[in-house]
Design a protein around this ligand. Structure first.
Ligand SMILES: Cc1ncc(COP(=O)(O)O)c(C=O)c1O
Length: 416
């Protein structure tokens, strides 16, 4: 308790590089574009310093698990809670019974689809479950997927297999693959006579491999197979246009890379398929097809403030420019890959082809080196994914020096 009060003191907090409560005050404008032209590193440095609450001592390299919302998002959530509690608006501060047309219109514009095709969920896991449980499949119907799926995109199909006798077949994906074309051939070539659904990650969870989603979806459609894209890692890591991707269903977790608060998810259902999908959670309106995708948002009372944060996250990216954001994320990831390539003990899991990765770089190290690196990294303020190999996520708040600190720590451990 005393320690908390101690840290709340703004001046002491500043001394330790922790932004005090004042940092959650009014969001600051972005630094001037002229600075970006003159000195992009300084511009990104100011973005981190002024738009995020990350203390200077923290090097955060794990957006692949859960990202951090910037100040405008935190403000939007706080203001929404305040407004809701004061009851100045004639509406309940909730979602779960509403259709929220305006919110969905704004998001649909950003994600390149129709508002009628979008529903809010809490995360990608939920969106994947809505699709898997909502589709009518018969015993023996096959769902084709890969051996690289996150449990959140796989277990919904395994449950259906156990309960209804569908068949789940997992295609082995080479890590790293040679080219996007190889991935298309692999998945499309695996389609068999009973395949009804092809379900795969747009970006894989443990190595950040980017699949050629558009090409795969087009080829699957030609063969009459439905496509379900687990896009948990996609929104915010690279620009996403859902109609251009051409998938039938898409599940997103914008709380990883798109700066939203935790608990923000996205479900896209292609318009023509909406009526045939059953809801998982039933309350009033469960069968009102006129609601289009909003039928899947009728799930009982939820916190509207989180959705205000969702919109604020999207607006933040729009303000920065999605291409500029992607450019920075990928520039840093390439730097991480180059540093990893120099390590004598590392086996790279990220291919060289720029099309095959965005903001995640993965490599395998001898187990004792990796374990000791994790321990020492934690002591140095590095926040890493703790999986069996190293997976680094780079975002716009990542400093080049964060990567240098990590690789220096790793080399130190390897030297013994
Ligand atoms: C590809 C993929 N799918 C699904 C998930 C689950 O995400 P969430 O917990 O936000 O539902 C993750 C999380 O890392 C993921 O990487």
């Amino acid at each position: 308790m005393r320690r908390r009060r101690f840290l709340q003191s703004a001046s002491l907090a500043t001394l330790f590089g922790v932004p005090g409560a004042a940092a959650v005050g009014k969001p600051r404008p972005l630094p001037p574009g002229s600075l970006f032209e003159r000195d992009p590193e300084a511009w990104w440095g100011r973005i981190r310093e002024e738009q995020f609450l990350l203390p200077r001592w923290r090097a955060f390299l794990n957006c692949g698990t859960l990202g951090v919302p910037p100040v405008p998002v935190i403000r939007a959530v706080a203001e929404s809670l305040e407004r809701g509690a004061s009851l100045v608006d004639e509406a309940y501060p909730r979602w779960g019974y509403e259709t929220l047309e305006e919110y969905r219109r704004e998001l649909a514009h950003f994600f390149g689809c129709k508002a009628e095709e979008l529903a809010f969920t809490h995360n990608a896991t939920e969106a994947m479950n809505i699709v898997a449980n909502g589709l009518d499949l018969r015993p023996g119907d096959e769902v084709l997927t890969t051996d690289q799926e996150h449990p959140g995109g796989l277990c919904c199909w395994l449950l259906k297999q156990a309960r209804y006798g569908i068949v789940v077949r997992q295609v082995a994906v080479p890590v790293p693959p040679k080219s996007p074309e190889q991935l298309v051939d692999l998945l499309i070539g695996a389609i068999g006579p009973r395949t009804r659904v092809l379900s795969f990650s747009g970006i894989t969870t443990t190595t950040g491999l980017v699949f050629p989603v558009r090409e795969i979806c087009r080829a699957a459609r030609e063969r009459g197979v439905l496509t379900v894209v687990d896009g948990a890692q996609m929104n915010g890591q690279l620009p996403v246009n859902l109609h251009e991707l051409g998938c039938d269903f898409f599940a997103g977790s914008p709380h990883k890379w798109l700066f939203t608060p935790p608990g923000c998810g996205l479900l896209f259902v292609r318009e023509q398929l909406l009526d045939g999908l059953w809801v998982n959670v039933a309350t009033g309106q469960w069968d009102n097809k006129k609601l289009k995708a909003a039928r899947f948002m009728q799930v009982g009372t939820n916190n509207r403030a989180v959705l205000e944060g969702f919109l604020a996250g999207v607006r933040f990216v729009k303000q920065l420019g999605p291409d500029r954001v992607y450019g920075r994320i990928h520039q840093l990831a390439r730097r991480a890959r180059e540093q990893a390539r120099e390590l004598p003990h590392a086996e790279l899991l990220t291919p060289e082809d720029d099309r095959l990765y965005a903001g995640m770089v993965a490599f395998r190290l001898p187990e004792p080196i990796w374990r000791r690196t994790l321990q020492l990294s934690r002591r140095r303020g590095l926040w890493l994914w703790g999986g069996p190999h190293c997976r680094l996520s780079t975002h716009i708040h990542t400093r080049p020096s964060d990567l240098d600190t990590f690789f220096e720590t790793l080399r130190e451990v390897a030297r013994g």
